[in-house]
Every structure is written in structure tokens, then in C-alpha cells.
Design a binder for this molecule. Sequence first.
Ligand code: AP5
Length: 219
Amino acid sequence: MGRYFVLLGPPGAGKGTQAVAIARELDVVHVSTGDLFRYHRERGTKLGLLVKDSIDRGALVPDEVTVRMVRERLAQEDAASGVVLDGFPRTCDQGDALDRLLAEKGQQLARVVLFKVGDAETVRRIASRRICSKCQRSYHLINSPPQHAGICDVCGGTLIQRADDQPETIRRRLHIYWSETAPLVDYYRKRSLLAEIDGEKPVAEVQRDLLAALTSAQS
Ligand code: AP5
């Protein structure tokens, strides 16, 4: 039986930062729909051209396109033993679609963890975020800077600011989070799948709390 987890929270809550570490710790795969869309956008693939406008404006990519991409990713061999989903689902319809995708594989969701972070903190974090243009690793100019300015510690790629990390786009993404994605909190709470953690703590403390929330679901 695979282990399938969802990390839920507003833009800049730290989902990506934690997902990388926790996937390694639990020996499961990290699947970020945002990273996948950016990968296609950077390479100018057919999917990348289709979603470029939506992601640059901070709007949601249509469910149909997103679900198809997730279906293909979950069908890959490395996803058989478990996945940490970061950025998906983002609407209740996507939540229903995820249940169907897992059911097709004879699997079900083990746990959903909500990162509770206020808007002021997420805006502060996003303003100082830089990502690697090659491997997409995320840095923070003050809290977790790279060893050499502008260069990724992992692959030597150039660090850039995401196109959707501009102030007006951040406001739009937050608005969409509260109107479209936040209803998933009740959706999962009613099914007793939800755990909530304080995402405003330092990275190491959030990681400890996240691990506790996920491993308690496995026992
Ligand atoms: P996506 O990439 O998923 O963006 P997001 O959900 O808005 O989340 P972010 O990546 O902004 O934040 P994060 O929570 O991962 O924070 P991070 O760890 O980087 O989606 C981008 C776009 O793709 C969407 O707008 C949409 O267009 C499209 N899309 C994606 N999924 C979709 C879907 N399912 N349906 C439709 N469209 C979809 O941390 C942020 C910063 O804070 C970093 O600098 C980090 O170093 C720092 N930091 C992290 N943790 C801490 C901490 N504890 N203390 C201090 N600093 C911290």
C-alpha cells in the first residue's frame, strides 16, 4: 500500500520547502504541480505554452489540464510507493478528482496537513524568495540564502525571482487561495484526514511538526 499525503496552505506557506525534506525522510516522491507547470513553461512545451498565461497572472490552471498532468505523474513507477502532493488539490473538484485517481490505483489518501500562516508572513516570505532556474530549489534571501549569491547550492543554476512573485500577483494568488482552496480545509476535516500545524515557526520546527503529523497517520 502506498502512502499518499497532501500539503495544504497559502502561497509562501513553506509547502515546497518542507515537501522536499519530508519526501526524502519518508522515502516517497515529491510532486508539486507548480514545479511541474514551471518546468513545462521554461521548456516551452505544448503544456507550458497552454499554462504560461495562467501561472504568470497567478490564476489557477483549468482543473481538466491540471488533473490530466497529475494523473500522468502518478502513473509513473516512482509514485507507486507514495507521494507528497504539494499544490494539488487546490479546489474541491480537484479533491474529488484526486480520490478517483487514487481509487484507480487501489490507493487512498493517508493524511492532509494544513500549514497555518498569516497573509502578512506569506507576503514577506515571497518577496525574498528566489528559486533555481534549473532545479527549482527554493531559497530565502535572509532565512536560507545560497552559499554564493545568485547561484544554486545544489546544481549551480542561476537564481531568479518567479514571474508570479510580484506584489500584485501575490495579492491575486492569496485571494484565489482564500476563495477557491481554503474550502478544502473543511472538506478534509469532515473526513478526519486533516492535521493542522503552525507554519510560522522556524523551518526545522515546522519539519518536526509535519513529520509527527504524517507519521501518526501511518501507524
Ligand atoms: P505553486 O508553485 O504551487 O505556488 P503556491 O501554492 O502559491 O505556493 P508557493 O510555491 O508560492 O509557496 P510554498 O508554500 O511552496 O512556499 P516555499 O516553500 O517556496 O503554484 C504556482 C502556480 O501554478 C499557481 O498560481 C497556478 O497558476 C498554478 N497551479 C499550481 N498548482 C495548481 C493546481 N492544483 N490547480 C491549478 N493551478 C495550479 O516558501 C516560500 C519562501 O519562504 C521561501 O523563500 C522559503 O525559503 C521561505 N520559507 C519557507 N518556510 C519558512 C519558514 N518556516 N520560516 C521562514 N521562511 C520560510
